[in-house]
Ligand binder design. Structure first.
Ligand SMILES: NC(=O)c1ccc[n+]([C@@H]2O[C@H](COP(=O)([O-])OP(=O)(O)OC[C@H]3O[C@@H](n4cnc5c(N)ncnc54)[C@H](O)[C@@H]3O)[C@@H](O)[C@H]2O)c1
Length: 264
């Protein structure tokens, strides 16, 4: 087991990629704090994982909610070794040309507040405990941290900002704290959109043809499942295997960057 006696905190860990990370970390010997938005996600995690998890309900946009999540982990398990910033939303490919200015203004605020400010405030809250444990941070980036086509201009901008955070914080917090990223490509989850555009109740999995769309842009020709990325988080969190890694983001995207293969 790679994470024996390690303690992690995962935001947005009630569903999708975050949930797969929680389960894998537990299977690797860790105990895990999970910050979720919905009480139903909290109940489900507690029922499934028992005392291996401590769950707090909150909004990553609020510092006090992030602080509460860190405090509950440290008071329950005595320390924090790894903070995983993962909670996020998508923009459903919203375009500059087709959306009106008010929609853009509102979506901008919501996407950047959750996808970027949420990571910053979580990192700030986790900092003292991670300094003490000489731990690490892992940020869920995206293929949209590198390429276009996996989101609209606002989502792509937030995920490029996440890349900037990974590099800048790796530099600032070395040598005590390692900071790395995992960049998934199209993954079959219920990723939702901004509430300000009514997209918070829409889910990526419900989008017609989503599997074919994702499969079509990757040389591997398949969409990812959340658990396909979980082992990379384990590698980066591991004090042995990830010891010499900081400021690095690992792509797990089916090879988007090598180019689309011609139709057969
Ligand atoms: N699904 C993909 O194709 C894909 C690809 C690349 C990157 N990502 C990234 O992976 C991360 C996880 O997304 P996912 O695909 O697993 O979708 P998901 O919707 O299953 O997970 C996102 C989680 O974040 C939570 N969340 C949203 N806003 C929140 C808030 N304000 N406060 C607290 N929690 C909040 C949601 O409740 C949800 O549980 C996101 O950062 C996303 O951008 C997803």
């Amino acid at each position: 087991m790679r994470l024996e006696n390690q303690v992690a905190l995962v935001t947005g860990g009630g569903t999708g990629i975050g949930r797969a990370v929680v389960e894998r970390f537990i299977n690797e010997g860790a105990t895990v704090g999970v910050m979720v938005k919905e009480q139903t996600h909290a109940d489900d995690l507690t029922t499934t994982f028992g005392d291996k998890v401590v769950v707090s309900v909150g909004d990553v946009r609020k510092f006090e909610d992030n602080q509460r999540a860190v405090d509950s982990v440290v008071s329950t398990y005595g320390k924090l070794d790894c903070f995983v910033a993962n909670a996020g939303i998508w923009d459903y490919m919203g375009s500059l040309q087709e959306q009106d200015a008010t929609t853009i203004e509102n979506s901008y605020a919501e996407l950047f507040d959750i996808n970027v400010k949420g990571y910053v405030l979580g990192a700030k809250a986790a900092l003292p405990a991670l300094k003490k444990s000489r731990g690490s941070m892992i940020f869920t980036a995206s293929s949209s941290s590198y390429f276009t086509g996996g989101g609209g201009f606002l989502y792509v901008a937030t995920k490029h900002a996440v890349q900037g955070l990974i590099k800048a914080l790796a530099w600032e917090l070395a040598p005590e704290i390692r900071v790395n990223g995992v960049a998934p490509g199209g993954t079959l989850t219920n990723l939702s959109g901004p509430a300000s555009t009514g997209m918070d109740t829409v889910h990526m999995l419900d989008a017609p043809g989503i599997e074919e769309l994702i499969a079509g842009i990757t040389p591997l020709g398949i969409p990812a499942q959340p658990e396909d990325h979980a082992g990379i988080f384990v590698l980066l969190a591991s004090r042995e295997d990830g010891r010499y890694m900081t400021g690095t983001t690992i792509l797990s995207d089916g090879g988007i960057g090598v180019g689309k293969r011609p139709e057969e």
